[in-house]
Design a protein around this ligand. Structure first.
Ligand code: AGP
Length: 603
């Protein structure tokens, strides 16, 4: 999830672009760049790392007069964070910035290389500018060339393009990734991925619809739908609160990130899941040759993703998979074999225990794979291969969308392993069908959130919470308990439902809140009897299930699905929202809970 800004006008282009990027830094910052055209002179600047590195590079650049400019802050999804991969990407006389993922970039790139275009980066974005210049030669009309280029793209994109062929114009296109156009009384025109960069500049904004494209120049904004029909822009006054704008109107970043899960999961899936199977271009076929087992190592929420992933890997690929807590693994003098693939999971890529565990495995000669959200982080640099989760920056200390995308990558990875070993085609197609339903299923329904908000008032005290589940829902119970602990400071623990009778049931009484994860598609009768045992001892039960459960004191109904992983993701949403609403009622700082850090870079 990257950030893009653009400008048309005669004020300080550089100032707007660099300040705009800083407002978008929360969207990603492993590299950044800008391109400006004034009086036919086209300049470009790029830098790896934080925006301040780019600021340093442009300090002597002072464009003046009428001009157009585009800028970009990158969160890598294809290709390492290097200057070559940083946006804007150049053709011969045009620059482009892009947020999203172009799924068919490989075919386009091959076609363009055959036509003589030379590529310098590993990114999907670079195909856009070559496509544009290719069609410009053919059509000799910049907008028609841009429009034809956009029509060739599959996937998600928010694009800004400038070219010497039309030095007073910014071309734009939007599908799946956000893009806003702003304007003011000084006839300046602005573009941005979100409101924040426009505050204090634009007085009115229009939020572009999917599949729209067009061009802007001084005093002219032209928007078209994919059939070429002209669309009259619907401009509205712009909010004036930056903090609110960055949170997109949500109360906390954590809440915003829960709502982002639907979209970021689509990006995680993009280019990896096809109707006939999964592919992971990061993995070459030989990498897994000789692997007979998998060891997963992580901390906290990432450890819970690992536990869940192990169920999927064993069930789908029949490869043994074991999970370790990194801080334990480091000091247990483990027995390691080079026939074991060592997988580390980390949102930040900087967790000290996980990083050290990874180094231990490498020193023992194991092949290593990282599942990580931050490219170029220490763990990514250390691992042999990385699968990026593409969740975008996660600002809430309590992890939500990072966990969801870790789960999706693990599910795809489990299918990748199963495909290599020859998965039954019916099973594969059932799994793929379930995967493709997850983005929609993660769209938060207002009724569900409202129900959880109302229910949360009953769970603000008590002497503790048990989150219980069976099989893959046990790690989800652990995750639900951690979410609640982290931000409400109430005691909660996740427990295998079948284990309650081996001691913890002694705690059962009306003040003990049991949150029961009761999927219909996996061991329902078993979990049902476990919950009945607790209810018989007067524990207060909150059941989460597609099936009504009369003896529950509270009940949150999820949709009926025909695959347990669809139930898993929907229950994940419920436990995240439950923790959020309880913590908000308790008046806690949900985004920055006491005693916690977003990345634990110490032992
Ligand atoms: C998640 O809600 C917690 N903030 C914490 O457990 C986190 O998952 C853990 O510190 C691991 O972090 P990582 O994923 O960045 O390695």
């Amino acid at each position: 999830m990257c950030g893009i800004v653009g400008y048309i006008g005669s004020n300080d282009i550089k100032e707007f672009l660099i300040e705009g990027l800083k407002e978008l830094e929360y969207r990603g910052y492993d590299s950044a760049g800008m391109a400006v055209i004034t009086d036919e002179d086209m300049r470009v600047f790029k830098a790896v790392g934080k925006i301040r590195n780019l600021e340093e590079k442009i300090k002597d650049f002072s464009p003046s007069g009428e001009g157009v400019g585009i800028a970009h802050t990158r969160w890598a999804t294809h290709g390492k964070p290097t200057e070559l991969n940083a946006h804007p990407h150049l053709g011969e006389f045009s620059y482009v910035v892009h947020n999203g993922i172009i799924e068919n970039y490989k075919e386009l790139k091959k076609e363009l290389e055959k036509a003589g275009h030379r590529f310098v980066s590993q990114t999907d974005t670079e195909t856009v500018v070559h496509l544009f210049e290719h069609y410009l030669k053919e059509l000799n009309d910049p907008f028609r060339a841009f429009d034809k280029s956009v029509s060739r793209l599959e996937g998600a994109y928010a694009i800004l393009l400038i070219t010497k062929a039309a030095p007073d114009t910014v071309f734009f296109a939007k599908n799946g990734s956000p893009l806003i156009i702003g304007k003011n009384e000084k006839e300046e025109i602005f573009f941005a991925s979100s409101d924040a960069p426009l505050i204090g500049h634009a007085s009115e904004v229009t939020y572009l619809e999917d599949k729209t494209r067009g061009y802007c120049k001084k005093e002219q904004i032209s928007i078209f739908d994919e059939s070429g029909k002209n669309i009259k822009p619907d401009f509205k006054p712009l909010t004036a609160d930056k903090e609110l704008a960055q949170k997109g109107g949500f109360r906390f970043f954590m809440e915003k990130e829960i709502y982002e899960q639907s979209r970021v999961i689509s990006e995680t899936i993009m280019g990896r899941v096809k109707s006939d199977g999964v592919e992971l271009e990061e993995l070459n076929r030989e990498f897994l040759d000789g692997i007979e087992s998998i060891k997963i190592c992580a901390c906290g929420t990432s450890y819970h993703a690992g536990l869940s992933g192990a169920y999927l890997i064993e069930r789908l690929s029949r490869i043994p998979a074991h999970v370790e807590i990194a801080s334990e693994f480091r000091y247990k003098d483990p027995v390691l074999s080079d026939k074991t693939l060592f997988v580390v999971i980390s949102q930040s890529g900087e967790t000290a225990d996980t990083l050290e565990a990874l180094k231990m495995a490498k020193r023992s000669g194991l092949k290593t794979l990282a599942i990580c959200n931050v490219d170029n982080s220490s763990i990514v640099r250390e691992a042999d291969i990385t699968l990026l989760t593409r969740a975008g920056i996660e600002k809430g200390v309590a992890s939500t969308k990072a966990f969801a995308t870790q789960m999706m990558v693990l599910w795809i990875f489990a299918l990748y392993l199963a495909q290599k070993r020859g998965i039954n085609p019916q099973t594969l197609s059932k799994e793929i069908d379930a995967i493709l339903h997850i983005p929609k299923l993660l769209q938060v329904k207002a009724g569900l959130h409202e129900k959880i908000k109302r229910l949360s008032k009953r769970y603000l005290h008590g002497h503790g919470f048990f989150f219980i589940g069976r099989d893959i829902f046990y790690p989800l119970a652990l995750e639900g308990a951690l979410k609640l602990k982290e931000i409400s400071y109430l005691h909660a623990e996740g427990y295998p439902a079948g284990e309650m009778k081996h001691g913890p049931i002694a705690l059962a009484d009306p003040e003990l809140f049991t949150i029961a994860l009761m999927p219909k598609n996996l061991l329902y009768e078993k979990i049902k009897s476990n919950v009945e045992e607790l209810s018989a001892r007067d524990s207060t039960i909150l059941a989460i299930s597609p099936e009504p459960f009369e003896i529950a004191d509270d009940f949150i109904k999820i949709e009926s699905h025909d695959h347990y992983m669809m139930e898993y993701f929907e229950m994940m949403l419920v436990v995240q929202l439950l923790a959020l609403e309880i913590a908000i009622r308790l008046g806690n700082d949900v985004d920055m809970p006491r005693n916690l850090a977003k990345s634990v870079t110490v032992e």
